[in-house]
Design a protein around this ligand. Structure first.
Ligand code: PFF
Length: 451
């Protein structure tokens, strides 16, 4: 029989869950990654493919993953073991949980390094203020990432922050952190969009870059990146939303909340794009300048605008918090597993998993400077981990989740959890059993050059 409540606790309300899950979804992926990968992949067509992936693949899989979590009520590994027993299926399915837990640790190792950049920029904003000059802003960034000591320092600080929230558990730590931060972040993004509108011609150039699709710009790898990003930005395919779903009270509608979360996540990403690209064009910067993009553009805006000192500080503070509410969901699956299976206290589980992630993160920090020549499959450690997790592990995890929830679990149990009106249920089932897995499969075939 399936447990009715998680041993780790439960969200105190539907709203608390929406905030926490939105906190997991909205993060560096929206504000740091979405703009730079859009810039690297030519703009509008990439955005369209990404939006299509969110709709046809992301949302159905989000519903599936949350549903599995709530039915299993444990860490992803144990949830999959329980659910496969319930369905009379092969126990090997629990390895899917292992892949997820591993992906979480790998993602957090580099996520924390980038969150560290944002953290460092809070201090740069406070003590130096930002220059209004694009060349100077770029030089500051280049100098910063060339310093291993600084990157490791900020990464360490961010990992400590993450683990101290995770230690406090579901109600004490996770819930409280997000309640204020999410709305404030949104308000600041709107302010930045307002500033972008003052760039005149460049504003329209930015909008057109984002929204007029030119499909000649896009190849199979760009499609894979867009699809991988849909998983990454929604926090899918590795058990994060599954473990959050396991703390979800039984009476909350999974489908409805998933739609809110995906909607909020998409709006934040698009706002970030609308705020950033006009600045890129107004300052003659390169849209494809990579992971440093927001750190080379937004400071210019803050350096120029009245009150920019304060807004600059606020923006980077909020970015750090947005990252924090995502990073806690990246590590929660392994923490929950250590508590369930190894009998660790939450604190001990947090410290152990945090240390492993931190050590990996140090190698990521070094891959931006002293180890920048060290490559795996022609990629730096950062690029390799990013590609491996976002483009491969998350889509593969998502594919298996879609298949498990529709082909392996009993229809009766799924219906019970989702409690949807018949037509909506049929629509979800169609998307999760056919459309999403087929789409992921096709993209992989395309990348491999088979189709
Ligand atoms: N969704 C987060 C972001 O966009 O920054 C990152 C993330 C969280 C990825 C949780 C994966 C995950 F499971």
């Amino acid at each position: 029989m399936v447990n009715k409540k998680s041993i780790h606790g439960e969200w105190s309300s539907r709203f608390a869950y929406i905030l926490a899950a939105t906190g997991s979804a909205v993060g560096l992926g929206n504000i740091w990654k979405f703009p730079y990968i859009t810039g690297e992949n030519g703009g509008g067509a990439f955005v369209l493919v990404y939006l299509a992936c969110v709709l046809a693949i992301g949302i159905p899989i989000m519903i599936a993953e949350t549903m599995m979590g709530r039915r299993g009520r444990q860490s992803p590994i144990n949830t999959l073991a329980t659910l496969s027993t319930e369905a009379g299926a092969n126990k090997y399915w629990h390895y899917l949980g292992w892949m997820g837990v591993t992906a979480g640790v790998l993602i957090l190792s580099y996520y924390s390094v980038i969150a560290g950049w944002a953290n460092a920029y809070v201090f740069k904003a406070i003590f130096g203020g930002f220059s209004a000059d694009a060349v100077e802003v770029k030089a500051t960034f280049d100098e910063f990432i060339a310093s291993p000591m600084q990157l490791v320092f900020w990464h360490t600080l961010f990992m400590i922050a993450t683990m101290s929230v995770v230690m406090r558990g579901v109600n004490g730590g996770l819930e409280k952190a997000v309640q204020l931060l999410m709305p404030t972040l949104l308000a600041l993004l709107v302010l930045l969009v307002g500033y972008a509108m003052t760039t005149g011609e460049a504003y329209f150039q930015g909008l057109s870059f984002l929204f007029s699709p030119d499909f000649s710009e896009i190849d199979s790898d760009a499609v894979l990146t867009a699809m991988g990003h849909a998983f990454f930005t929604l926090g899918l395919g590795m058990g994060a939303i599954m473990v959050y779903g396991s703390y979800l009270p039984s009476n909350v509608s999974i489908a409805k909340t998933s739609l809110y979360i995906a909607g909020a996540d998409t709006i934040v990403a698009l706002l970030a794009g609308i705020a950033i690209f006009p600045l890129v064009f107004a300052n003659g910067l390169e849209p494809g300048s990579g992971p440093g993009l927001i750190f080379q553009t937004l400071p210019i805006a803050f350096g120029n605008m009245t009150g920019g000192w304060l807004f600059g500080i606020l923006f980077f503070v909020l970015l750090v918090f947005a990252a924090l509410t995502s990073s806690i969901s990246l590590i929660e699956p392994v923490v929950a597993w250590l508590v369930e299976n190894k009998g660790f206290t939450r604190s001990k589980a947090s410290v152990v998993s945090g240390l492993v992630t931190w050590a990996l993160g140090v190698s990521v920090a070094l891959s931006f400077n002293v180890w920048s020549d060290f490559t795996i499959f022609n990629k730096t450690i950062f690029n390799f981990l990013d590609y491996l997790t976002a483009n491969l592990m998350l889509p593969i995890g998502g594919f298996c989740i879609a298949v498990f929830s529709t082909w392996v679990m009993h229809d009766k149990h799924v219906r019970e959890e989702l409690a949807l009106p018949e037509q909506q249920y049929i629509l979800w089932r169609y998307l999760a059993s056919y459309v999403a897995p087929a789409a992921v499969f096709l993209v992989f075939l395309h990348v491999l050059g088979v189709v």
